[in-house]
Design a protein around this ligand. Structure first.
Ligand SMILES: [Zn+2]
Length: 399
């Protein structure tokens, strides 16, 4: 049965989250610790790092900012370029499932006045790993993480740019053990050990039907070469206070667009809006762990002191567990070559029966759910806009 943090609404089913003797989760303890962090001292350390990496010539880049099409991408670029006067090279990986908003927000990012590499890995390799990881682990976004973690270090090596500016440390924000939460870098150890990778380096996916050359761009470079480069992939969130709402304000001042129709999942209409598959990825958390984005976002709001636990539970009862838009699911099925029926078969395979039980009416419910024992059917979701609908039709029509 699920157990919950007594301060926020995070369940112990979240990977890497534990409760202490007082019943408080690691993410809440991290949030408390943040209040007493000496941010002035940390900012000074960040300035030292920037000074060390700032090149004397405008001909060279000072750092890489890994970006997607989200608010944090614009915020990180703003910090580098406008606050610390660095000359960044922005690097994204181009997912096959990028949304219209993702494209628009990357344009807003470039319009800040930066160079940008939008790296598109070979779709044959991407789709083979995506289909296999979806069938094997119920995870449609595993390959995205291989790309996100591994493409920036490859670009760093090829362009001779040692400094990479990642955003927040997710363990710090959402819960992790002390060692993971205190990590200052997203380096080899972090990406290799992250649970989403399932302990499989990219090259472990190679077999007779998936040649190395189809996924070569997503293989971490040689360790000795990275050491010789002086690779320094830091979390900005370690050195600067990190708050989604503050980052949003900065991003909007640079043209970032949220979803006017509202969030597809969770409470923030400015999160998870650059990639269709991430919505499906989150939905599988609901089946595997019995929580989803409303729980994540409400927990974050509680930790920031902006929401009561009672209100959070009410929001979970009302909005948690909605399914992804059908158009997103159809686009995903097209992408990896499976039927919609097969998609839902796989989804059911990954429903965790330690958490989900069947009632007398034959309906699934989460035993010990924070918002009550019974669940309503949750098919409703925010509509996607006509503009995005047309964009999706265009993409599907290409095939
Ligand atoms: Zn908590």
């Amino acid at each position: 049965m699920l157990q919950y943090c007594v301060k926020c609404v995070a369940p112990t089913s979240r990977p890497n989250l534990t409760l202490d003797a007082a019943g408080v989760c690691t993410a809440c303890r991290n949030a408390e610790a943040k209040v007493v962090i000496d941010w002035v001292a940390r900012r000074a350390r960040l300035e030292e790092i920037f000074d060390r990496h700032r090149r004397s010539s405008d001909h060279e880049y000072d750092c890489i900012v890994p970006v997607s099409g989200g608010k944090d991408s614009i915020y990180q670029t703003h910090i580098a370029k406008n606050v610390f006067n660095m000359n960044p090279l922005c690097v994204s990986f181009r997912p096959l499932s990028r949304t219209l908003r993702g494209e628009q927000n990357l344009q807003a990012l470039r319009d800040m006045g930066v160079d940008h590499i939008d790296f598109a890995p070979n779709p044959l390799g991407v789709n083979k790993i995506t289909r296999r990881s979806f069938e094997r682990f119920g995870d449609c976004s595993l390959v995205d993480h291989l790309a996100i973690y591994n493409i920036p270090p490859n670009v760093a090596l090829k362009f001779h740019i040692p400094l990479v500016l990642w955003g927040e440390n997710p363990y710090m924000e959402y819960g992790g053990d002390a060692a993971s939460s205190e990590m200052t870098q997203l380096g080899r150890k972090y990406s290799r050990d992250h649970h989403i990778i399932k302990g499989m380096d990219t090259q472990k996916w190679v077999d007779e039907t998936l040649p190395l050359r189809e996924i070569n761009s997503m293989i971490y470079p040689d360790d000795a070469a990275m050491q010789a480069l002086g690779y320094e992939p830091i979390f900005l969130g370690y050195y600067l206070p990190w708050d989604a709402r503050e980052n949003l304000k900065v991003a909007q001042s640079h043209g970032f667009l949220p979803r006017e129709e509202g969030p597809l999942m969770g409470l923030y209409n400015y999160a998870d809006l650059d990639c269709m598959n991430i919505i499906i990825h989150h939905y599988f958390k609901w089946l595997k762990f019995g929580f989803n984005r409303v729980t994540d976002h409400a927990s974050n709001e509680i930790r920031k002191g902006r929401m009561t636990r009672e209100h959070a539970i009410e929001l979970i009862r009302t909005f948690e567990g909605v399914k992804p838009p059908r158009e997103y699911i159809l686009a995903f099925c097209d992408q990896i070559g499976i039927s919609e029926a097969r998609f839902w078969d796989i989804a059911e395979q990954f429903r965790n029966h330690d958490i989900w039980k069947i009632n007398d009416q034959g309906e699934w419910y989460i035993e010990g759910w924070i918002a009550g024992d019974k669940l309503p059917d949750r098919f409703e979701h925010c509509p996607i806009s006509d503009e995005e609908h047309n964009y999706l039709s265009f993409r599907r029509g290409r095939k």
